[in-house]
Structure formats: C-alpha cells, structure tokens
Design a protein around this ligand. Structure first.
Ligand code: ASP
Length: 214
C-alpha cells in the first residue's frame, strides 16, 4: 500500500502513491513532504485550476464551505490472470473543503483496501462517513467471512445508514464497489444520487447502476 494526501500542484497523485509503495518504507506521505518527494521523482508542478473551477469558487465563495457539494473520486479494482487483486483510488476530494481536510480516499481501509486472500473494495462519496465506518476494511473482512462482493457493499452502505440514523444526521451520499478473488463484483450506494460503475472483462465494458440501499 502507498498513499499521498494534501498534495497540491501534482496532477498524477495515484502514480505518486505507487512510488510511495515501491520506493519508501512508509504507507502515507502528506503535504509538503509528499510534494517534495514528487519533485525529487520528476513530477512537474502544475496549476490544476481550470477556468470553470475558478468561476465556481468565485460564485460560491469560501464562506459557503460544505462537505456536500461535489465529489469526483475514481476507484478502480482489478484482478489479473494470475489471480492477483489490486486497487487504486484517486480524488481531488470534496469541493470547498477546509484546508488540511483529508477524506477517505488516501486512508488505507477507508477509501480502498485490497487483500489477495479475501477481496478488494473501494469507495466514493462523502469521505467523513466512509472513514467513520472504515468501509473498505469492513467490506474486505465481510468477503473473508464468506459474503459475496454484493453483500459486502450492501453491508457497508447499511452501516453508513445506521450510523447516520444513530447520530440523527442526514444520510450522506456514498457508494461502494467490491471484487473477490474469483472475479465476482458488487456495488451499492445510499439513496440520493445515481452511482454507476463500469466493469471490464475480456475487452468488453458494461456500465451498471449500483444497488440503492435505503
Ligand atoms: N471521497 C472523496 C472525499 O471525501 C470525495 C469524492 O468521492 O469525490 O474526499
């Protein structure tokens, strides 16, 4: 496992996370240290704002800070021909977050968890709620105990629902995907937004909706 968090001006942070895994004894580098590590390995420093993102920022303003505006995480789980699982999770995080805020995506066991002996699982959505339940570890451990990937995703979505109800807060948008060592897949999300996932097998890609759990 390798991860980076709080890194500015680096476009390909997932490639940087892979280097953390391959070239350091550590699992997570953050902020300036991660950026320095990137520069030392030849990553260019780039301005990642677009005219659209600047215009949106100006329209909403920093005072409208919220964790529920937009999210854009991409999580990919793979199984190769030798039966080896892998995963990647990359994001710019929720929009309008506080400086220093870290979501679920770079946290092992929250946004992503992979164990060849049990399965791979990943998440997208409001990171605070995914972190709160260690969702990806939960899904992989459920598969270890014999649950299917679909049952594991449903379990994680239900856990997010239960915790929100216990805390008397609105249920956040979250979505989960899972893959087991046999190639079975699952996907589930909380209500409110349609989440779709793409499954590629032998050159064919299918796009399917995640099961909505209420
Ligand atoms: N999970 C991400 C975060 O909380 C947001 C997203 O799904 O885009 O930072």
């Amino acid at each position: 496992s390798g991860a980076v968090a709080g890194v500015e001006n680096i476009r390909h942070v997932a490639a940087l996370a892979k280097l953390v895994m391959e070239k350091t004894p550590h699992l997570l580098l953050v902020g300036e240290g991660a950026r320095l590590f990137a520069v030392q390995h030849g990553f260019p420093l780039e301005c990642l704002h677009t005219p659209e993102s600047v215009a949106t920022w100006q329209r909403r303003g920093p005072e409208k800070s919220t964790t529920h505006l937009t999210h854009d995480t991409v999580t990919v789980l793979t199984l190769d021909q030798s039966g080896s699982l892998a995963g990647i999770c990359t994001t710019s995080g929720l929009s309008h977050k506080m400086p220093g805020r870290v979501g679920d995506s770079p946290i092992l066991g929250a946004g992503l968890y992979v164990d060849n002996t049990a399965g791979a699982a990943g998440a997208t959505g409001v990171g605070e709620e995914i972190l709160r339940v260690s969702a990806s570890t939960l899904m992989v451990e459920a598969m270890r105990q014999g649950k299917s990937p679909q049952e594991a995703c449903t379990l994680a979505a239900r856990r997010v629902l239960e915790v929100a109800r216990r805390r008397s807060v609105p249920v956040a948008q979250v979505a989960f995907i899972a893959l087991d060592p046999q190639g079975n897949v699952g996907a589930a999300c909380t209500a409110g937004t349609d989440f779709y996932y793409a499954m590629g097998r032998a050159g064919q890609v299918e796009v399917k909706p995640a099961a909505v759990i209420e």
